[in-house]
Design a protein. Structure first.
Length: 378
C-alpha cells in the first residue's frame, strides 16, 4: 500500500437530519481513533461537511476524489445525497460505503451497503405489527424517495396481507404543521402508523401523536403505535420530553443491545469521549464502515476499489452486528433485525429480534407478484 491512503468522510452535521450526521461523523472519528491507537499510520481521513446542501455533496465528493486522492468515500445520509454522489464515484471507479437504512431496489458495483434494505427492516416490522394491531395502517413519509418508496412497499405488503391502507400523506423535512394530518388520523382510526418522516417533521409528528393519545386513549402507543425504520437515539433528544415514549423502531443496532461486543465497544468509547451517553445505529454503522474499509485496505495492500471490494467479499467481519458478511451479488451486508420500544430514558428497549438476514434489495427471494411478500407471524 502506498505511504498514505485517504478515506473521504462525507456527512452533513447541520440541517434537518443533522443529528444523524453528527452521530455518523462521530462514529467515523472513533474508528480512526482506534486505528491510530493500535499503531496504524497508513490511512487517514478527509472530512467534508455539506451542511445538508444537495449540490455540496457532489462538490465535496469531487474534491475528495480529485484533490485529495480518495478512492473510498464513507458517507451520505439520505438516498437523495447518495444518488447525487454515485455517478461521480462510478465515473472515477471509486467505492462508496453507504451505511444508512434505505428503500432498496439498488445494487451498485461501486457501493458497499452497510445499512439495511426493506427485507431487513420493513418486512419483519410488518410481520410483527399486523398480527398484534391489524392491517389497517396510516402511512406518513418524507416527500422524497425514502418516503415514496417505503410507503409504496408498505401498500403492497398490506394488500398482500388482505388489509387496507387508510391514509397516506407526505411532508417536507422541516414541515412542523401537522394538525391536519393528526385530524385525519384521528378520524380514520388506523391500527398503526408507519412513520417515514425525517427530521423536524418526524419530531413534530411524534409530539402531536402523544397529545392525541392523551386526549383519546385509542391512540396511545399500546393501542395504535407509531413505527419507524429510521429513528435514532440521538434524534430522541430533539423530541419533547416523553413524546416518543412507547413508540417503535426497527434497526440493526441499539445502544441497549446486550452482547459482549457491545459492552466492550461502549467501554472503549467512554474512555475516548465520555460525553457520548447513547450510541445510535448511525454511529455504529459509520464506525463499522470505516473499520471495514481500513481492514480491507490493509488486507489488499493498496486502495484499488476492485481489490478492496474483493477483500470485503472474501471474509466475515466480526463486530457490533455479529460476524458481518457482504453478499458478492449485491454488495449488501447481512444484518440482524431488532425492534425497539422507546423508553423514558430516550433509549430503546429491544422487544423482538432476528439473527442476521441476508439482504434482498430487489425482493427477488421473498416471492413474485403472484405470491405474498409478507409472512405474517404471531
Amino acid at each position: 500500500m502506498r505511504s498514505t491512503v485517504r478515506i473521504g468522510i462525507l456527512y452533513s452535521t447541520t440541517g434537518p437530519y443533522g443529528a444523524m450526521g453528527r452521530d455518523a461523523m462521530a462514529g467515523a472519528e472513533f474508528a480512526f481513533h482506534e486505528y491510530a491507537k493500535a499503531g496504524g499510520t497508513g490511512v487517514e481521513p478527509v472530512f467534508f461537511d455539506p451542511h445538508a446542501d444537495l449540490s455540496a455533496y457532489l462538490d465535496g465528493a469531487r474534491r475528495m476524489i480529485r484533490e485529495n486522492g480518495c478512492r473510498q468515500i464513507v458517507g451520505t445520509i439520505t438516498s437523495a445525497a447518495r444518488k447525487e454522489v454515485l455517478p461521480l464515484v462510478e465515473k472515477h471507479d471509486g467505492l462508496l460505503w453507504y451505511m444508512c437504512p434505505y428503500e432498496g431496489f439498488e445494487a451498485n458495483e461501486n457501493t458497499i451497503y452497510i445499512g439495511g434494505c426493506p427485507n431487513q427492516h420493513l418486512i419483519p416490522l410488518f410481520e410483527h405489527l399486523i398480527p398484534r394491531y391489524g392491517a389497517r395502517p396510516y402511512l406518513v413519509g418524507a416527500n422524497y424517495v425514502w418516503g415514496w418508496e417505503m410507503n409504496r412497499l408498505a401498500r403492497e405488503l398490506i394488500s398482500n396481507a388482505g388489509g387496507t391502507v387508510l391514509g397516506e400523506r407526505y411532508l417536507p423535512f422541516e414541515e412542523t404543521a401537522v394538525d391536519r394530518l393528526i385530524a385525519d388520523i384521528e378520524e380514520k382510526k388506523p391500527s398503526f402508523v408507519l412513520n417515514n418522516l425525517i427530521g423536524p417533521a418526524s419530531y413534530a409528528f411524534l409530539e402531536a401523536m402523544r397529545a392525541l393519545g392523551e386526549r383519546n386513549p385509542a391512540f396511545l402507543p399500546g393501542n395504535c403505535p407509531v413505527a419507524s425504520c429510521d429513528l435514532q437515539e440521538s434524534e430522541l433528544d430533539e423530541v419533547a420530553d416523553g413524546a416518543a415514549t412507547g413508540q417503535l423502531c426497527a434497526a440493526s443496532y441499539f445502544d441497549t443491545l446486550e452482547s459482549p461486543e457491545n459492552r466492550n465497544f461502549k467501554q472503549r468509547l467512554a474512555a475516548f469521549r465520555p460525553g457520548i451517553t447513547r450510541v445510535s445505529s448511525m454511529f455504529a454503522s459509520a464506525y463499522t464502515a470505516v473499520t471495514m474499509c481500513i481492514g480491507a485496505l490493509e488486507a489488499s495492500g493498496n486502495d484499488d476499489p476492485a481489490d478492496v471490494r474483493r477483500q470485503v467479499l472474501s471474509r466475515s467481519w466480526p463486530g457490533l452486528f455479529g460476524d458481518m458478511v457482504v453478499d458478492p451479488d449485491t454488495n449488501h451486508a447481512a444484518l440482524p433485525f431488532l425492534l425497539g420500544r422507546i423508553n423514558a430514558e430516550r433509549g430503546f428497549d429491544v422487544i423482538a429480534s432476528r439473527p442476521p438476514l441476508a439482504a434482498d434489495p430487489y425482493l427477488t427471494g421473498i416471492g413474485n407478484r403472484s405470491e405474498p411478500w409478507l409472512r405474517v407471524v404471531s
